[in-house]
Structure formats: structure tokens, C-alpha cells
Design a protein around this ligand. Sequence first.
Ligand code: FES
Ligand code: FE2
Length: 413
Amino acid sequence: MASAETGVAEWREGHSLPQSFYTSGMTFNADMEMLSTSQWLLVDHESRIAKPGDYFLFEFGAESVIVIRNRSGDVNAFFNVCRHRGSRICLENEGNKRVLTCPYHSWSYDLNGKLRGAHLMPSDFDPTNVALAPAHVRVFEGLIFLNFMKGTPPDFDAFCAPFGALLRGQGLASAKIAARKLYPTAANWKLVVENFFECYHCNSAHPTYCSVHDKMKMLAFGAGAGSGDDQDTILYQEKLKRWEEHSEGLGYPVGMFADNAESVYFRSGNRLPIADDAKTESLDGKPLAPLMTEFGVFDGGQTGCVFNPIGTVLVNNDHAVIFHFIPKSAHQTDVEAIWLVAPHAVEGQDYQPADLMRVWDVTLGEDKTITENNQLGVNSARYQPGRYSTQERRIAEFAKWYMEAVSARPQAL
Ligand code: FES
Ligand SMILES: [Fe+2]
């Protein structure tokens, strides 16, 4: 078994990671630190907290963060830690608060985190200097991002810049949440990521997903930009170009990019057609909800935006799906999907949540099983890192990106 310390030296490019990276608690803790300080974490859509006082908790490692809308309509984020003696303040996962009152000794804070009340404090105690510790929070296209850096966070505008053009006009900012579902997965977060960014397993694991998507596209870009075999990518170019010309004619943006392993981020973005004659990502290609875009017509495209390895959004013409993976321990990851529709869409009339969820609910259920089996095999004393195929190019790049990040840690794990 590889120890965490020897893991970096043991890893060979083009191969999956040495065992300890998928099993070690120490590596897991360092991963959480790396992700929460170097990345902007996608945590939810702001329609979840539409009204002043609406909040939800984002749990990440040892941290719990209160994400709350204040009276001016801004989204604030505070570490869920009382400034008196450190108790958790909000205990419910979501809700609405006029003030944030600690359950321990009733110190209370306003929606901007300022201390409002603390009884029986000594006369030299100055409440005006006391406030909840903020987390860095930003909103882009309705998506809420957090960063836990103690000092200056990464430049958010630069981080978002490549996504702006690809998401133009598709209604993501004004969308509303229609459904959400958690898929707790007994696997390390990196196995979840590796599974999500390759379509080498699609044929054997995902009959439903394969019936929905164009076969040539799945070989070329099954898991987004940079994920497919070179030859298949070339073969698909002509078809893609024809579709792009058609989409641009309708007013839609087109394009594709992917960060490489040398980038601090692991972003990628693309607009791709779902399948011939498909208007959206549904079993029969027919719309599942009213059009979300400003172009007045379907182009059947899907905008994929990967903000980091654990946060992605797929935007179809009539609905979008946020995917985020919340690492819970070295052997456990919460996969959550959040489905969004146009703000005026009426449940039961304009869309049925079960229909909206079907393709990804089936697919994520299948992914949970194969990823858990992957972890069980990786736990074995006989596990050895294996070679990635030409349809796993994006995760070969992810492994490289991750090892770059590990090597940059103060003490390489
Ligand atoms: S720990 Fe919160 S009021 Fe005492
Ligand atoms: Fe999958």
C-alpha cells in the first residue's frame, strides 16, 4: 500500500492515482483545504433564498457556512460560529430568520452578521466590534459561489470571464429551483470526479443517457470539452460546425474551452447539440418545461460549464441542472443535483418534476453504483493505478491538475 508521503513520487502521468489519494484521511483534509481556498465553490442557485432572511447552510469539511439574503437583497455568507464561545448558531439546514440567534446563550446577530444583543456583558465589552466571520461570497448568473481564503480570495471576475459568453441569453440568472436530490455515494470525491468527466463507461453503464445523446458526440465530447478520443473529435467536427452555424443564426452563443493542468482552476465550457432533432435532454427529445432562453426558439443545445472539479452546470433550452459534489470523508461524497426552470413555469402545469429529473436521476443512480464499486476495488491491497484510455483524456488532465496542486502544498502529501 502506498503511504500518503510516497504517493506523489509514485504517480505516473496517464494513470489513475496511487491508492492513498483515494483512501487517506490526511490527504482528504488537505484536499478540502485546497478546494475551499483555491477554488470558487458552487454552492447553490440564489432562487433558493429569494426573500430577505432566507438562508441555507453549506457544509464543507469542518465548516458550516450560513448563506443568507439580507434586507437589501444581497447574499451574505458567515461561518456558522458564534463569536461568544463558538457554538453553531443555525442548526436547521435551511429556513428564514429575522435575526440570527445563538441557541447557547442567545447572542443575536443581524443579517449582515453584526452583533445586536448580548446580555450581562462586562462594561468594557464593546459589541460594535463583534461580528460573525464572513466567507467570501459572489453571485454569477444566479449561481452562488463561496471561497474560504482568510485573506484576499481569487479574482472572481477573471474566474467567471470565460463562462459569460457561453451562458449569454439562456435565462440561468432568473431561473428558479424546481427539484433537488441527493445521491450519497460511498466513494472518495476524486473517484466521483473521475467518473463524471469520462464517458468511457457510458455504453456499459448508462443505456438511458446513451439513448438521449448523439453517439458521435458522446465519443468526441461525452464528458465535455477535452474528454474524447482525438480521432473521434476530428470525425465529429463537421457535424458540430454545421450545428454551430445554425445556432448562431438563431442568436445563440457557441464555443468551447478547457483549462489545462497548469491552471489554478479546472474549468471547461462548451455548447453542444444534444442529438439530432432533440430540443432538450429528455427521453424523447421533446421539451420538459417552457423555453428559458431569450432567443424565442429552441436550438437543442446544451451549455456545459465546469467551474471546478466539484461544481458543474448543464443548461438546456428549457431547464438546467447544477451538479455539485460535497466531499464528506475520504470514503464518502454527497452528489447533489438541482434542477432549474424558467421563473414563470408552474409545477404540474408547465413541468412535472419527475419528468424533468428522469434522465439524470437514472444516470446519477447508475453512477453511484459504479463509483462505489470503484472505491471497493481501490481499497484492496491488490489495487494498482491503471492506464487511462483515449476516452478518458479529461480525467488524465484532472489527475495531472490534482497532482500539481498536491505538489504545491507546504508538505506534499
Ligand atoms: S456560544 Fe453563542 S451565545 Fe454563547
Ligand atoms: Fe456516468
